[in-house]
Design a protein around this ligand. Structure first.
Ligand SMILES: Cc1cc2nc3c(=O)[nH]c(=O)nc-3n(C[C@H](O)[C@H](O)[C@H](O)COP(=O)(O)OP(=O)(O)OC[C@H]3O[C@@H](n4cnc5c(N)ncnc54)[C@H](O)[C@@H]3O)c2cc1C
Ligand SMILES: NC(=O)c1ccc[n+]([C@@H]2O[C@H](COP(=O)([O-])OP(=O)(O)OC[C@H]3O[C@@H](n4cnc5c(N)ncnc54)[C@H](O)[C@@H]3O)[C@@H](O)[C@H]2O)c1
Length: 484
């Protein structure tokens, strides 16, 4: 048998290890580093770029693009601060350079050299199961005590007539763009579609977003509405409930035809971006040979992230559910706890925090109001607006509010924030929920003045809003007053 057919076993090098991880994105890297730190022998297999989507086509480049767009918007909107607003000159090659530099600065953390230094054996090849306890990758056959599939997800390309015949961007190509896009049509108004829509709008594009359902349809509608209103006010046309029937065009001209409740319509733009969701990377992994099952969301796992094959775990985007870099990293921790310490750690699932990095930001952790009502019946809903906050007034970031839901007894069930720095402000709610803190605890800390975080404390105090006029409290005060 020839050497380039390691599935045959002949001439290939066999490796025996503790952990064999397939995929070096957020999940795979986190697990590889942690397992190696605990003295485990680790093989990490990556077929494309170390760092996965997070570093190369997702979080990192999108936040760099948004940062450029934010600067452009700050120049345009400086007048209320006593600085004459100017229309910025956008250097798209410079924007692409900023994105590349940001990736380059973060890349060393994910490099093969760093992982080799940690004692991880990195194999640059595609990994595939050939039986229940063997993976082949390039010239290697790997047997391991534990296998972990961390192969991520890929963009969904909807089956729309004509789409295959026109040029379009996805998250894997948009960050390479170095020219103006006069009118960008975005298919998909999820977190990613809206972030990219705002970025390009602020860089001077006309932007139309088309969604088959509702924009940010999975999120609390009250909070989502604040963001969508702001995006519309910046000039982004968001069309919801559209059925796209056909796409046509050529480079520099794209026509999208769609149906709405009002009838057939079309929009003509210069460029098209497809951000219509994700699909788990499960093909060509030999899952059948390994006895691993999938559903339409991805690889099926139990609460401990184990597949039907007891040696094999799956983490991150490849199992579906909430998709984020921090969820993939959290899954890595669960697998580490399960395998090294035999604990009963479980993934947080939808209770995990999520952030949309638009301006204003949108952040949520735990249950939404409707989920909380369904699960707990009577609940408290506590709100506080940014416009009451002195720092927000000084910064001109008064749009938005925080909304916290608690049980009748003050257990914190969920928190959502739409407004400036929501992704930072949500962190203490994430901590509170993970530690089982009650709402009282969220009133018993000192918030430096003036900071946006004060809205967290003000919202928590709303739980006790009726206390000052409560007859029982009044009686206690009166009684204590008698003591002198
Ligand atoms: C535009 C965009 C913006 C985003 N922004 C954010 C954000 O701001 N915050 C956030 O938390 N999340 C964000 N996400 C989501 C986040 O990027 C993903 O949830 C995260 O990358 C998932 O990590 P992972 O390890 O599961 O998969 P990935 O990071 O996708 O890594 C999987 C790796 O496996 C490799 N692989 C696949 N098959 C094989 C095989 N057979 N053999 C070997 N290697 C293989 C791939 O090449 C890849 O490197 C964003 C996503 C996108 C697309
Ligand atoms: N800040 C981020 O970008 C960020 C952060 C963390 C996690 N994520 C996660 O990444 C995942 C992917 O996000 P996403 O925005 O790519 O996907 P998504 O699934 O959240 O949204 C895709 C949107 O496309 C629409 N759509 C699908 N097919 C369509 C069609 N044929 N025509 C019109 N509209 C269509 C859907 O209705 C949906 O609203 C999500 O789970 C998201 O939470 C993103």
């Amino acid at each position: 048998m020839p050497k380039d057919n390691p599935e045959s076993g002949a001439d290939s090098q066999t490796i025996e290890t503790d952990f064999c991880i397939i995929g070096a994105g957020s999940g795979g890297l986190a697990l590889a580093a942690a397992a190696a730190a605990f003295g485990q022998r680790v093989v990490l297999i990556e077929k494309h770029k170390m760092g996965g989507d997070t570093l190369n086509y997702g979080s990192v480049p999108s936040k760099a693009l948004l940062a450029s767009a934010k600067r452009a918007n700050a120049m345009r909107t400086a007048s209320p601060f006593g600085i004459r607003g100017v229309e910025p000159l956008i250097d798209f090659a410079g924007v692409r350079e900023h994105i590349k530099r940001t990736i380059a600065n973060a890349a060393p953390n994910a490099s093969p050299e760093r992982f080799a230094g940690l004692g991880v054996r990195v194999i640059a090849a595609a990994g595939k199961f050939v039986d229940k306890s063997t993976v082949v990758a390039g010239d290697f056959r790997i047997t391991a005590r534990r296998f972990v599939i961390a192969t991520g997800s890929a963009p969904v390309i909807p089956a729309i007539s004509g789409l295959q015949d026109v040029p379009y961007f996805t998250n894997e190509t948009i960050f390479e763009n170095a020219k103006p896009l006069p009118h960008l049509i975005v298919i998909g108004a999820g977190a990613t579609g809206l972030e990219l829509a705002q970025a390009y709008r602020r860089l001077g594009s006309q932007v139309t977003v088309l969604d088959a359902a509702q924009a940010l349809g999975d999120e609390d509608p009250e909070l989502a509405a604040v963001l969508l209103t702001k995006l519309s006010s910046e000039g982004i046309a968001i069309r919801e409930g559209v059925r796209i029937t056909r796409v046509s065009g050529e480079p520099g001209r794209v026509i999208v035809e769609f149906e709405t409740a009002r009838g057939a319509e079309r929009v003509e733009g210069s460029d098209l971006l497809v951000i219509a969701g994700r699909t788990a990377n499960v093909a060509a992994l030999g899952l059948e040979a390994a006895g691993i099952r999938t559903s339409e969301d991805g690889i099926k796992v139990n609460a401990g992230l184990r597949t039907r094959n007891h040696r094999v775990y799956a983490i991150g985007d490849v199992i579906g559910g909430p998709l984020s870099s921090h969820t993939a990293a959290e899954h890595a921790e669960v697998v580490l706890w399960r395998t090294l310490f035999r604990s009963h750690a479980k993934a947080a699932g939808r209770a995990s925090p999520r952030v949309v990095f638009t301006e204003p930001e949108f952040a949520h952790v735990g249950l939404s109001e409707s989920e909380a009502r369904e699960k707990h019946g009577k609940i408290h809903v506590l709100r506080w607006p940014y416009h009451e906050n002195h720092r927000a007034q000084a910064e001109g970031t008064t749009d938005g509010h925080i909304k916290v839901v608690t049980s009748k007894r003050g257990e914190i069930l969920g928190a959502g924030i739409v407004g400036a720095d929501a992704g930072e402000l949500i962190q203490m709610w994430s901590l509170a929920i993970s530690q089982g803190l009650k709402i009282k605890a969220m009133t018993q800390w000192i918030s430096p003045y003036p900071t946006l975080s004060e809205i967290n404390k003000r919202a928590a105090f709303r739980y006790f809003a009726t206390s000052p006029s409560n007859p029982y409290v009044r009686k206690v005060i009166a009684l204590l007053a008698k003591l002198g």
